[in-house]
Design a protein around this ligand. Structure first.
Ligand code: NAP
Ligand code: GDP
Length: 318
């Protein structure tokens, strides 16, 4: 049997780095893996995208590359997040069609579901209403991946699907204080609060609720999606509903991982964003009933230990 050539866009990011680790441990004989960064190809440029497909001739693609950010980045850059993500996704999916890729898995996000909804959120609700205002640009661009997947499948027989992860965290994240996601932002803030003997300041009221998936768990599940998930319809990759925690509980877990004994303060002048986006992983469990996720406590401890060992050589921007 000929080798599968699996190309991963965004292979240098939070999820891409974890996927590199997972594949290195597995070392599959019938698969060749190529992990791209923006240095290998600028996916905003169609010629650069075509050239990298021409160079590696992938038979399979995992499309992770995107303009990503936390709430406070989205609030300032909604239009740009829509335009640039639409462009990247169009270039990648069209190149997959041109190169007759056998399977394509693209990454979406739970923040793209309708804001006004019933809970728990499931895959079928993706297009049932407008997303939360705070990140509507990114959300509509990501929803279009699902629209494109169905059209590429219908019109070209392409085997393409989407994964919908909840908030992701782990080593190699963007730990920027200004525009990262909440978990890496708070890991950095608590580190500084402890070092400088100052309060640990959380943005917003601390009441919003989130589910978190460790990047290595997500990487494993995306690799499974590529190899074994048969549907065009997307699949939520998330921990269960009862593992959802408040931002306050998250801050306390991070403080515990540092053994931080100082004051924790909530700055309610900052936006809370979407209150919650609780998803069910019922569909995932129907395929993988026994998959065991890393606990949030262990995942935070691993991320904090990695951050302390890596500081100041950590990523601070997108
Ligand atoms: P990340 O750490 O910010 O990595 C982004 C990746 O995209 C990097 O490899 C980056 O390359 C690449 N990239 C960005 N612009 C590019 C361009 N113009 N050309 C080529 N490559 C480009 O992101 P992540 O957190 O791993 O996210 C992976 C996927 O998960 C994304 O699709 C994201 O939307 C989705 N997601 C993320 C979260 C989360 O909490 N992080 C939650 C749900 C869904 P360089 O390293 O060279 O810059
Ligand atoms: P979201 O899950 O897509 O909304 O994005 P984030 O990962 O940025 O999480 C935003 C939630 O965390 C909001 O309720 C914020 O008020 C809260 N939060 C608290 N402190 C921080 C912080 O330092 N950075 C970020 N990004 N969010 C924070």
């Amino acid at each position: 049997m000929s080798k599968k050539v699996i190309m991963v866009t965004g292979g240098s990011g939070l999820v891409g780095k974890s996927m590199q680790k997972v594949i290195k441990e597995e070392n599959p004989a019938d698969e060749e893996w190529i992990f791209l960064s923006s240095k290998d190809a600028d996916l905003l440029d169609s010629q650069s995208t075509s050239a990298v497909f021409e160079k590696y001739k992938p038979t399979h693609v995992i499309h992770l590359a995107a303009l990503v950010g936390g709430l406070y980045r989205h609030l300032g850059q909604n239009l740009e997040m829509m335009r640039l993500n639409l462009r990247i996704n169009d270039h990648v999916l069209e190149a997959c069609r041109e190169h007759k890729c056998q399977k394509v898995v693209s990454c979406m996000s739970t923040c793209i579901f309708p804001d006004e909804t019933t809970y728990p959120i499931e895959e079928s609700m993706l297009h049932s209403g407008p997303p939360h205002n705070s990140n509507c640009g990114y959300a509509y661009a990501k929803r279009m991946i699902d629209v494109a997947n169905h059209l590429y499948a219908r019109d070209h027989g392409m085997q393409c699907t989407g994964v919908i992860p909840t908030n992701i965290y782990g080593p190699f994240d963007n730990f920027s204080l200004a525009d990262s996601h909440v978990l890496p932002g708070l890991v950095h803030k608590c580190y500084l609060a402890q070092k400088e003997n100052k309060p640990f300041v959380i943005s917003g009221t601390g009441t919003p609720r989130r589910q978190f998936i460790f990047s290595e768990d997500l990487a494993r599940l995306i690799v499974w999606t590529l190899r074994d998930y048969p549907e065009i319809d997307p699949i939520l990759l998330s921990v269960s509903e009862d593992e959802e925690i408040s931002i306050k509980e998250l801050a306390e877990l991070i403080a515990e991982a540092y053994d931080f004994k100082g004051e924790i303060i909530y700055d309610a002048s900052k936006s809370d964003g979407q209150f919650k986006k609780t998803t069910t992983n019922k569909k995932l469990r129907s395929y993988l009933p026994d998959y065991k996720f890393k606990s949030i406590k262990d995942g935070i401890q691993e991320t904090v230990d990695w951050f302390k060992a890596s500081y100041p050589n950590v990523r601070l921007s997108y």
